[in-house]
Design a protein around this ligand. Structure first.
Ligand SMILES: C[S@@+](CC[C@H](N)C(=O)[O-])C[C@H]1O[C@@H](n2cnc3c(N)ncnc32)[C@H](O)[C@@H]1O
Length: 235
């Protein structure tokens, strides 16, 4: 990515995470729906969700003016909210039709959680930082979202007590899918995860068949923050 509006090099470094590896064009002057469509997202339910959830409510208030740009935005603890068109691409790959129960690993500030809430019946979202989880919870409640439960913990272990899940979305990178997530995914369930060491990933769609995970396709190339936890990278 060539330019950043926030200037500082450290912030620019962070903004290299949570975004696509290769841009097909500059989409920053378009609204987020146009950016998602330009990235290849065509599911009307996903595009409608992108249109319906105000991203400005899910970024730090001082960066709200940047919320409608198709860019990652820094949040505390050196994390970022993922680039909106990339979120839309990952969510679309889950092929949600409405009745699914979804597990999201890495809540961040909760914009993706709010999209998932519009597309599935029940969402469990787990975040390792309690202040990020609290902020996401607060904003989801303010928007009247009642079908997302945000918990604090190590998402690399999944959330076993509410498994199985029809879909799992992992928002942080690790070279393989953690075993507990495979276990907690329902048969025929779909899982999307950035596969890599953090900073240069293939975002891969998997499906569970006969108890094993099958790689379906790469849905995007991107740079993600690492998955930190017992089944991920050491803190
Ligand atoms: C790129 S951010 C994505 C946030 C959000 N999903 C979004 O789209 O804006 C990745 C998040 O994963 C969280 N994370 C990393 N490892 C985790 C783990 N083991 N369990 C739960 N959350 C984790 C980070 O703290 C960070 O908030």
């Amino acid at each position: 990515m060539a330019q950043f509006t926030w200037g500082a090099a450290a912030v620019a470094d962070r903004l290299e995470l949570g975004c696509r590896g290769a841009h097909s064009g500059d989409v920053t002057e378009y609204p987020l729906v146009a950016a998602a469509a330009l990235a290849g997202v065509s599911d009307p339910r996903v595009l409608d969700a992108v249109a319906s959830v105000p991203r400005a409510d899910f970024v730090p208030p001082e960066l709200a003016a940047e919320a409608e740009r198709d860019r990652p935005i820094p949040i505390p603890h050196g994390q970022v909210t993922t680039q909106p068109s990339l979120v839309a691409t990952m969510v679309e790959a889950l092929e949600l039709t409405g009745p699914e129960r979804v597990l999201e690993i890495g809540t961040g500030y909760g914009w993706q959680s709010a999209l998932l809430a519009r597309l599935a019946v029940e969402v469990w979202s787990i975040e390792r930082w309690d202040d990020l989880a609290a902020r996401a919870r607060m904003q989801l409640a303010r928007l009247g979202v009642t079908n997302v439960e945000v918990v604090v913990g190590d998402g690399s272990e999944g959330v076993a007590e509410h498994a199985p899940y029809d879909a799992i979305l992992v928002s942080a990178a690790f070279p393989r899918v953690p075993a507990p997530l495979i276990e907690q995914l329902a048969e025929n369930g779909r899982l999307v995860q950035p596969i890599g060491r953090g900073g240069d990933e293939d975002v891969v769609l998997f499906r569970k068949r006969d108890g094993a995970l099958e790689r379906v396709r790469t849905v995007a190339e991107a740079r993600f923050v690492p998955l930190v936890g017992r089944q991920g990278f050491a803190a």
